[in-house]
Design a binder for this molecule. Structure first.
Ligand code: ARG
Length: 458
């Protein structure tokens, strides 16, 4: 098969080597970006008087036809044509004739592929931001229903202090919000055009890079042609942002998995997101949550993989860069899938309010209240901590909880204890009194919900 670059070669490439070097099996994902990039390029070639308008019209017509066919899935890509760029060029020439060969004037596959990747990344990042917003909506819906639902709050996975379930959900809302802001910020670096950087050094043709950038919706152009063709920071940045997002999703999934276990029974994952066992008839496994947690590993892997690909590359383009694509495509697919599943899982989650509440009445997560109580009456907090610690120990020895101890025991321990401690020890009081800014007190959580809604409407 004749190669677009075959002139200086005396031997043809063997099929198995050709296959090893080809990227068409995966970079065909970029077909639409590639054609649009070419349309912008040829439009500019015409406007700058580099190609006659007549040729530009023919080439554009051919590209538009290919774009329609691509949308219908009617293009058949060939490994012999190596990658998406050469496949499209070959199809164009087959269709409109030799004039199609003028499209590549003043351009290299190096700035072409970089351009495709920037346009693709922009589209996908915008889509991911949207999916994150939808996921935040689902969190908000659940949170609105559960301001006064009590959940044991943990540190070290040991019962710590009871909290509002909505407060817990909103913690994830704000993680996703930071994810969105990071993605929005990354668009500044994604939406920059490398088109016109040529193979590495620019071109002798009087091209207009600002014009192609404008046609493709970029906010600006790369200042340096070497940097423009060999920069993959924007993909690494995306993979890094994606890793952080997956880490957030994974932490939430881990909690859903724990909470839906027999040991906790705090939530029930909807049947749609669970599966059974082929052997054990009683089983309901939180498969989707486990898979999201599991898929976090491959996204981290994709980040490490590209960082490693890049670390020893001399300027400018090297074929190693072709290895940027599969990990990026895989990350986009994985991330979008995980976000969509997560949203559905949150929306349909059944909350076992009674179980959660009951859990908080059968532990010592109200112990801090007693220490604070004494501290408010002037006892140094350290001393108060010690006194209550002793009471907890006493309870543990007797197999009771703080609220079960009679007043006489409290009085013996400290004269400052009054009847009102029983009210203070009540779970609802415990939560509602944590009214410091950003705390779990019900009034604070209501305020946090208002802020979160405002954030979404922005
Ligand atoms: N398929 C190549 C890639 O993805 C396109 C650029 C090829 N450029 C070259 N000089 N061989 O990186």
């Amino acid at each position: 098969m004749k190669k677009a670059w075959g002139g200086r070669f005396e031997k043809t490439t063997e099929a198995w080597i050709e296959e090893f070097g080809a990227s068409i099996l995966f970079d065909q994902t970029l077909v639409e970006e590639d054609i649009q990039g070419s349309i912008a390029h040829v439009t500019m070639l015409g406007a700058c008087g580099i190609l006659p308008m007549e040729d530009v019209k023919t080439i554009k017509g051919g590209l538009e036809k290919l774009s329609l066919k691509a949308k219908e899935g009617a293009l058949s890509f060939k490994i012999e044509q190596e990658d998406i760029h050469l496949n499209i060029e070959k199809m164009l020439i087959d269709d409109i004739g030799e004039v199609g060969g003028k499209l590549h004037t003043g351009r290299s596959r190096n700035d072409q592929v970089a351009t495709d990747m920037h346009v693709y990344m922009r589209k996908e990042v915008i889509e991911v931001i949207h999916l994150l917003r939808v996921c935040q909506q689902a969190l908000l819906h659940q949170a609105e229903e559960h301001v006064e639902t009590i959940l044991p709050g943990y540190t070290h996975l040991q019962r710590a202090q009871p909290i509002s379930f909505a407060h817990h959900l909103l913690a994830y809302f704000w993680m996703f919000d930071r994810d969105i802001r990071r993605l929005q910020d990354s668009l500044k670096r994604i939406n920059v055009s490398p088109l016109g950087c040529g193979a590495l050094a620019g071109t002798t043709f009087p091209i207009d890079r600002h014009y192609t950038a404008e046609l493709l919706g970029f906010d600006g152009i790369y200042a340096n042609s070497l940097d423009g063709v060999s920069d993959r920071d924007f993909i690494i940045e995306f993979l890094s942002n994606a890793s952080m997002m997956m880490m957030h999703l994974s932490r939430f999934c881990e909690e859903l998995i724990l909470w839906s276990s027999q040991e906790f029974q705090f939530v029930e994952i909807d049947d749609a997101y669970a599966t059974g066992s082929s052997m054990m008839p009683q089983k309901k496994n939180p498969d989707m949550a486990e898979l999201i947690r599991g898929k976090t590993g491959r996204v981290y892997g994709n980040l490490m993989s590209l960082l490693t690909v890049m670390k020893g590359l001399p300027l400018a383009y090297n074929k190693d860069l072709q290895e940027d694509k599969e990990g990026m495509f895989d990350t986009v697919t994985t991330l979008k899938g995980c976000l969509t599943i997560m949203t559905g899982m949150i929306e349909t989650l059944q909350i076992n309010k009674e179980k959660m509440y009951k859990a908080t009445t059968q532990d010592f997560s109200n112990a801090t209240e007693l220490a604070d109580y004494l501290a408010e009456k002037g006892i140094p907090f350290r001393e108060a901590h010690e006194i209550v610690g002793k009471l907890v120990l006493l309870c543990l020895q007797q197999g009771v909880y703080l609220q079960d101890l009679p007043m006489s025991v409290y009085k013996e321990t400290s004269v400052y204890f009054e009847e009102d401690i029983y009210k203070i020890l009540d779970v609802m009081t415990v939560v509602s009194r944590r009214n410091s800014t950003g705390g779990t007190g019900f009034a604070q959580v209501q305020e946090a919900l208002r802020q979160a809604k405002k954030q979404i409407d922005e």
